[in-house]
Design a protein around this ligand. Sequence first.
Ligand SMILES: Cc1cc2nc3c(=O)[nH]c(=O)nc-3n(C[C@H](O)[C@H](O)[C@H](O)COP(=O)(O)OP(=O)(O)OC[C@H]3O[C@@H](n4cnc5c(N)ncnc54)[C@H](O)[C@@H]3O)c2cc1C
Ligand code: SF4
Length: 310
Amino acid sequence: MVSEKQYTKPATIEEAIKIVSENPTTCKFIAGGTDVMVNKYQGNDTTSHYIDITSIEELKGIRRDEKFLYIGALTRLSELKKSKDIQDEFPVLIEAAHAVGSPLIRKTATIGGNVLCENRCIYYNQSEWWREAVGYCLKCNGNICIASGGKKACFSEFVSDTAPALIAMNAKVRLIEPEGERIIALEELFSGDGVKPKTINNTTIVKEIILPLGQNFRCAFKKLRLRETLEFTSLTTAISINKENKIRIVLAGVDPKPVLVEGQLNDDKSELIKKAVKGGRAVENDMFSRTYRRDMIPVFLNESFEKLGI
Ligand SMILES: Cc1cc2nc3c(=O)[nH]c(=O)nc-3n(C[C@H](O)[C@H](O)[C@H](O)COP(=O)(O)OP(=O)(O)OC[C@H]3O[C@@H](n4cnc5c(N)ncnc54)[C@H](O)[C@@H]3O)c2cc1C
Ligand code: SF4
């Protein structure tokens, strides 16, 4: 258990930012804790001070105006399906959230935590003993990437299930930082560096996710995994077409960041698929081989295009 000294529970964003700004290197925000706590007990998260943000009302709830839907970062994954706006305009988000973990995890896990969940690799998500035995890799203070046979870059995989669906639908995020507030496209949160996969610092709070209303999105979502439950992705594909016939294809599980390919409805689909396959830098760090995951990208995308009737 986390001792009292290492745990604070602010009631406002302002208070949370003040605490984290005073201790930026030792603090970490915790929401549902379903990702953070597993990493902590495996020895991969050495944070000494957890800031529990679950009492912050400003991070809760789903609201809308004429143009956008605002999903509070603390919205539990199991709650998304209760929103009429999400049912009507973004049903693929419900499907993507349902692909996460198990019912108990979805009742605890938040959407903010899901888009920020840590990248994964079979050489990293192991016990301390295991990692010591094989020799530490770049992501745990070693010198090389074991999965790629000694490269000096980390290819841990981006595995969030909701982020590909959200990015496909042009989601943005509102960030609150010590310097102020800003809104960025969700895909800009990810760096592509497997060691530090996010572009934001420990001091940034994700306040809400913003989705554009009235786009008449048609979407398809697919996830490759060993079992139908309790399994992180080995490949996720999300496709959207909006009312202007713009296509966005997003992949997860094959690169340290989401792979995004944009096109138009009348573009050659096989060219879009080729771009998607080329975009991912998958290495041998998953239960499925690199080749199999890459081969499954065209399979999933073709099935999705077929489902969408294009
Ligand atoms: C058995 C098991 C199976 C799982 N399967 C899946 C799966 O299939 N797909 C999947 O995507 N995930 C899976 N997960 C991982 C995890 O449960 C989810 O990603 C979950 O949505 C994380 O949300 P959380 O609220 O628990 O995040 P936390 O663990 O609380 O936090 C995750 C990260 O986000 C940061 N954070 C959280 N909220 C904010 C905020 N508002 N602002 C700034 N930083 C924040 C934390 O500091 C931390 O770095 C699984 C976990 C387990 C234990
Ligand atoms: S991809 Fe390489 S460096 Fe990154 S976690 Fe895996 S083995 Fe380590």
